[in-house]
Structure formats: structure tokens, C-alpha cells
Write a protein that binds this ligand. Structure first.
Ligand code: UFG
Length: 337
């Protein structure tokens, strides 16, 4: 049985990926400092899978502790690396925090992997590395030119991984997620943000009556209805892409970069309208000004992941929104009791 060490495994995408790994019969070791996540997510993953995983409450910045975890767990076959700070706005206010945490954390992790002879890693990257691309749908060979410190850290971590892979002959998979949304179909695990910066978690809280209204960030974009268009991808599909990437690295030890999206875009207005229909809630929305750094439209060309990983998104908009709503309604306070 293959053993996978998952950093940030208690987080939103991390927890869904741990569940997918357990369901695919992998052994799972989680390293998470719970700074932006909850142990309750791990408990629920274990309940859903009817399996146990090995959990270490530890920061990847603690190199000594990380080395010990690799030693203690023995025979770790590969790593999936999620642990990072991820709020765009905060990264502009506190760039040093982001560079320190994301870059140093990744360096420590790679050093520990090297010391333990672990040579495969799947990395949680983001479409944010493209900034505003010249063409959409965007392909993996488009220019990398992020527009904020958070995006810069993702681009830098990609580069560090590529160089490491090239020097030591490691297997590296860089997964560039588009807009992850939705929750597990049980409604038992989902996204639990301290403050919802992204559209769907915000709309969920408006539908639940926690917030009064959603502000649409700009209605004057050059898009069909004037609002921003994004490529939303169900978190379960995303989780499966990680499992496929692990399999790929076993067969082909080199660096691979994949867009993970559907290629289909939805506008902010379409998202809000579909949420109203599914939740049967009013969801007041007002138009506000554009949010700095937003692009009009971002869509994935995911042909490469389809072809090389045999991966395809299976869930559509209905499932994305109905599972997000199920999670929100069943857990009005997220993982807090
Ligand atoms: N939006 C609103 N109102 C809100 C929130 C968002 O109108 O309250 C709009 C945005 O302007 C955008 C769309 O909804 O057009 C999606 O916004 P999100 O914040 O949900 O997602 P982004 O496309 O901005 O974010 C994505 C990833 C992030 C990543 C970011 C980098 O989800 O992880 O790109 O730009 F950091």
C-alpha cells in the first residue's frame, strides 16, 4: 500500500483529497498546523471513509519536526503539498508573511523529502500564476506573470519545484487549479473560511442569512452580462486530479504542469442566479466597483490533464452549488460546534 504525506490535509482541498486517497486505498499521513483549518475536518474524513489516517499537528516551517515525521512514518512514497497561506488581499498587506510562510515552508519540505529519499510531489498551484492571460482558454505554456504576492509565491514555488525535479530526477506535478467550489456530497466536509473572500462561500453565507447581501464586483467587464467569468471546478473533481497525478508520477518521473478546470465559464450573475434557484433563497445582490487585480475572464484549457492523466471533470454547476449549499445549511458555523 502506498503511503502519501499530505501537508495542509485538514484544509478545504486537502480534506477532500485525503478522503479521495483513503477511498483509493492509500495510507495517508497529514501534517497540518491547524492555523487556518480544523481537526474536525480530519475526524469527518475518517468517519466518511471508515478509515484512520495518521495526523501530526505541526508546521512545515519546523524542519526538525518535519524530518522526524518522515522518519517516524517510514516509507512515505509521495507528498501532496497544500500547506500555504492563500488570501490575495492579505498577501498585499503582509507580503513578508506570505514569502516567509509559503516559500520557506516549501524549501523545508523539499529538504526533508531529500533527506528521506522521497522523490514524488504533487503541488497545489493556481491559475493565479497566469495573471491576465493574452488568450482564454489558457494553456499551460502561457506566460507566468502573477499580479499579487500570493500569486508570486505560487509561481516561485513552482520554479523551486521544477529546479529540484530537474537536479535530482524527481517526479513533480504542478496542478494549476481554476476556481475550486462545492463540497462533499454528504455535506459533511466543505470550505470553512474565517472570512469568505471568494464568491461562492460569500453567497452561501448570504443565502444562510449570516450576511445581508452580496456585492458584485463590477458590471462593466467586456463579458456577455458585464460581470466576471470564471472556470469553477468541483472540489471532488479536483481531489481526484491529485490521485491521478500520483499515478502519473509513478510512471513518468519528470515535471508535469496541468490546468485543472472544466473549460466552461460562468459569470458572477449566473452563479448568484443559480444559487437562488437551488437554495430557494432570495440572496440580495448589489453592484459595486471592480475589485483590484480581478480579470474579466479566466478559463482553463484542460486538454493536457484529460490526455495525460485521464482526468475529466464530472460535476457540473448544479452539483457545485447544491453541495456548497448542503454543506452551508448543515454546518451554519462551519466546523465549530
Ligand atoms: N466576486 C464578486 N463578489 C464577491 C466575490 C467575488 O463579484 O464578493 C467576483 C469576482 O470579482 C470574480 C468572481 O466573483 O469575478 C470570482 O471571484 P473569487 O474571489 O471567487 O475567485 P477569483 O477568481 O478571484 O479567485 C481565484 C482563486 C483564488 C486565487 C485568485 C487569484 O479562487 O484562490 O483567483 O486571483 F487566489
Amino acid at each position: 500500500m502506498s503511503k502519501i504525506l499530505v501537508t495542509g490535509g485538514a484544509g478545504y482541498i486537502g480534506s477532500h483529497t485525503c478522503l479521495a486517497l483513503l477511498e483509493a486505498n492509500y495510507e495517508v499521513v497529514v501534517v497540518d498546523d491547524l492555523s487556518n483549518s480544523s481537526y474536525e475536518a480530519i475526524t469527518r474524513v475518517e468517519k466518511l471513509s471508515k478509515k484512520k489516517l495518521s495526523f501530526h499537528k505541526e508546521s512545515i516551517l519546523n524542519k526538525e519536526a518535519l524530518d522526524q515525521i518522515f522518519q517516524k512514518e517510514k516509507n512515505v512514497d509521495a507528498v501532496i503539498h497544500f500547506a500555504a497561506k492563500k488570501a490575495v488581499g492579505e498577501s498585499c498587506e503582509k507580503p513578508l508573511l506570505y514569502y516567509q510562510n509559503n516559500i520557506s515552508g516549501t524549501l523545508q519540505l523539499l529538504e526533508s523529502m531529500k533527506a528521506s529519499n522521497v522523490t514524488d510531489i504533487v503541488f497545489s498551484s493556481s491559475a493565479t500564476v497566469y495573471g491576465e492571460p493574452d488568450e482564454v482558454p489558457v494553456k499551460e505554456d502561457a506566460d507566468v506573470r502573477p499580479t499579487n504576492p500570493y500569486g508570486q509565491t505560487k509561481a516561485m514555488m513552482e520554479q523551486i519545484l521544477k529546479d529540484t525535479g530537474a537536479a535530482y530526477g524527481w517526479g513533480i506535478a504542478l496542478l494549476r487549479y481554476f476556481n475550486p467550489v462545492g463540497a462533499h456530497i454528504s455535506g459533511d466536509i466543505g470550505e470553512d473560511p474565517e472570512y469568505p473572500n471568494n464568491l461562492l462561500p460569500f453567497v452561501s453565507q448570504v443565502a444562510a442569512g449570516i450576511r445581508k447581501k452580496v456585492t458584485i464586483f463590477g458590471e462593466d467587464y467586456p463579458t456577455p452580462d458585464g460581470t466576471g467569468v470564471r472556470d469553477y471546478i468541483h472540489v471532488i473533481d479536483l481531489a481526484h486530479a491529485h490521485v491521478k497525478a500520483l499515478i502519473k508520477l509513478k510512471q513518468d518521473k519528470s515535471t508535469h504542469t496541468y490546468n485543472i478546470g472544466t473549460g466552461r465559464g460562468y459569470s458572477v450573475k449566473e452563479m448568484v442566479e443559480t444559487f437562488r434557484k437551488i437554495s430557494q433563497k432570495e440572496i440580495p445582490a448589489v453592484c459595486g466597483s471592480r475589485r483590484e487585480g480581478d480579470v474579466p475572464i479566466l478559463l482553463a484549457d484542460a486538454t493536457l490533464a484529460n490526455k495525460e492523466l485521464g482526468w475529466q471533470a464530472e460535476f457540473g454547476l448544479e452539483e457545485m452549488i447544491s453541495t456548497a449549499w448542503k454543506w452551508q445549511s448543515q454546518n451554519p458555523k462551519g466546523y465549530k460546534a
